[in-house]
Every structure is written in structure tokens, then in C-alpha cells.
Design a protein around this ligand. Sequence first.
Ligand SMILES: [Zn+2]
Length: 195
Amino acid sequence: MSDSFTIIVPERVMIPEEEARALGKRMLTWLREKAWVGNPLPGCILTRELGYRLTKNAAEIILPEDLSLFTWVADHCDQQVYGYLAIDVADELKVVHHSGQGGITSAVCPGCGQDIGEQYYDLIETWWNAEGNEDVICPACQQPSPLPAFRSEPVWGFSNLSFQFWNINARFSDDFLAAFAKELGEPVRLVTGKV
Ligand SMILES: [Zn+2]
């Protein structure tokens, strides 16, 4: 069985480490107060950070039509869990959260609206190799734009802070994502995939 992930990634890239950790902690407190996540799991998860199990209450934050998908018997542990959350602050300030299996099929420039397709990989590489968070130049219109402003399919994320939900096998409701962004204080995007 492969592992699936749904990652909530802030739009903002290169968040100073101390601030990213504080934001992660604050969001964990909020999620626990809402009783959507519970106790930390024992060390039987894929990610290096502590994982927090999702509770049955977390059924409130996913789409009703996906309720039937919201079960998962862990094959990393000898217990049944409803997936888990790991909050990660990367060691590096620049991070690429990709969708795992399969690549980008389209990437639309915010300036000219053209789909630059696989040329987006070159822009990601340029951004990655630059010193700071420099804008990238669209190959179609030559306008500079922030890398995350391109709308790619599937969606990729670029923040060093990420909220990684593993094996929930369900989609979050728009209400939950809006509440999450409001609590975080900035916009987020969703990256989904499998490893
Ligand atoms: Zn363009």
C-alpha cells in the first residue's frame, strides 16, 4: 500500500525559522483545541517530526462525500489510526513540495496567462539556485513573477513550513481550509499526492 499525503503549504516562502516554528506550534494548539488532532503517535511514522493522530472529530473538516474514505489501518504500526498530522519546518529555507508520483502537466503564468508547461521546471531550478526569493522570468512574456504565483497542475508548494496530513484519503472542506488560513494569518495552498 502506498502512502498518500495532503499538505497544507503557506503561500509565503522562506519564512524565518523561528517564526515558522512559532506558527507551527500555534496551529497545532488550534487544531488540538478544536479536537481534530489528538495525542502524538509513537515513533512509527514516515516523517521525522512527531505525528499527531487525527481524531474521529476530524470527520467535521473533510467533505461529507469522502467520509467513507476516512479510515485507514496503519501498516507502520500495530494500531488503527485515522491518519496523522506532522508539522514540518525544513532545515533549508527553500523547499519544493511536489506531488510525488507524476510531474507537472501545466503551469500558467500570472502575467500573460500562458501555459508554460514543463518549462516551469527550469524556473523552479532558477529560483532554487538564486540566493534569495527572486522573481522568475516567464519564458513566454518575459515578465518577472514570484515562483508560487504560477498556477501549476498538479499544485506544488514552496514554503519551508508545511502541515502534512498523511493517509487521510479524503479531501478537506473549503470551510476548513478558509478557517485554517484565517487562523494562520496568511493564504495557503494544498499539495496532494502519493509516495
Ligand atoms: Zn508570462
